[in-house]
Design a binder for this molecule. Structure first.
Ligand code: NDP
Ligand code: OXD
Length: 310
């Protein structure tokens, strides 16, 4: 009997994922029937994007797991109809993409590249930037992506501090944790990178009070989730010069509406949720491995802790 795998994501994604998934399932030694439509009570595994048509899991009575194509699960973790294990995406391509986006923008801000691109006004201003070793960076979120980015920045010479919910130790980084570690993590940071999941505990983690913990002139990168930031507080901190620059990839409403003040703000760079994307080839292997494990009676990888929300 083949294992029935439903691909529940937006229609255009089927074209991208069908071949990589078929290939990865075969490579994992699975006889699988992969389709974008199935009678619900015949489905064994659901490959899932939270913005898909599937929002009620109740009819999927024999399904063994939902395998999320995204790292973020805030739009599915609270779904009351979901009563089977939920795995999130941990994909080497996704991690590498995030490392490239974060290191690229940290270097851009650190080197003041924008001022040279935007300010070619005939004036010679020979002010060299400091070395990386004199530019402390803090990463809020020390999970798969935060750790990978922190290690890449540390390898470039930045002093990196990471902040997480539980105690951690990562070579080459200062690790702080819990509400009591946040002030210390922010107070020394000239650049802060948000790589937390959106949960009730992380919503508005960057607010008027925590922005004030950052030194004057600090810069903010948010490739995590829009809801991590109190937008009014960030705009106010930018306007009064406490925060020098914000580079934002994620927003409460996406696409970011044209009238949103971030678009026109001279100290804000908007990128359209492209910091990193799940890469079909590597992600398909992660999905196939989890199905193989499920069929072999092994624990699933990358399971979401439903009570923690990530
Ligand atoms: P992980 O689950 O691996 O890591 C999450 C980190 O956040 C962990 O270190 C965790 O702490 C920490 N954390 C969670 N809650 C709290 C809290 N209340 N206080 C302090 N720390 C907390 O996630 P990933 O690294 O894989 O991904 C992070 C986020 O990046 C995703 O949830 C998603 O929102 C975003 N993302 C954005 C993309 C983009 O293109 N813009 C692409 C992919 C992901 P602990 O280690 O103790 O559990
Ligand atoms: C994700 C994302 O969560 O793309 O994977 O933001």
């Amino acid at each position: 009997m083949p294992v029935n795998v439903l691909f529940a994501a937006r229609e255009e994604k089927w074209e991208d994922y069908e071949q990589p998934l078929r290939h990865a399932l075969a490579k994992a030694g699975l006889e699988a029937d992969l389709r974008s439509q199935f009678p619900p009570d015949e489905v064994d595994y659901i490959v899932y994007a939270p913005n898909s048509w599937l929002q009620d899991f109740t009819p999927y009575t024999r399904a063994k797991a939902v395998l999320n194509l995204w790292a973020g699960v805030e739009n599915v973790v609270g779904n009351a109809s979901l009563r089977i294990p939920l795995a999130r995406m941990v994909d080497e391509g996704l991690s590498q993409g995030m490392v490239e986006w974060v290191t690229g923008h940290v270097l851009r801000l650190h080197l003041g590249i924008d001022s040279h691109i935007n300010g070619q006004d005939g004036h010679w201003r020979p002010t060299a930037p400091p070395l990386a070793k004199n530019r402390p960076v803090t990463i809020l979120g020390l999970g798969t992506l935060g750790t990978a980015c922190g290690q890449a920045l540390a390898a470039l010479g930045f002093p990196v501090t990471g902040w997480s919910r539980s105690k951690k130790s990562v070579d080459g980084m200062t690790c702080l944790y819990g509400p009591e570690g946040l002030q210390q993590a922010l107070s020394g940071a000239e650049i802060v990178v948000l790589l937390l999941p959106h949960t009730p505990h992380t919503e508005n983690v960057l607010n008027a009070e925590t922005l004030a913990m950052l030194p004057k002139g600090a810069m903010v990168l948010n490739p995590g989730r829009g809801a991590l930031v109190d937008d009014a507080a960030l705009l106010a901190a930018l306007d009064r010069g406490h925060i020098a620059q914000a580079t934002l990839d994620t927003f409460r409403t996406e696409p970011l509406p044209p009238e949103n003040p971030y678009w026109a703000h001279p100290k804000v760079t908007v990128t359209p949720h492209i910091a990193s994307a799940t890469r079909c080839d590597t992600a398909a292997e992660v999905i196939a491995e989890n199905i193989r494990r499920g069929e072999a009676g092994l624990d699933f990888l990358h399971l979401v802790d439903r009570s923690a929300g990530y």
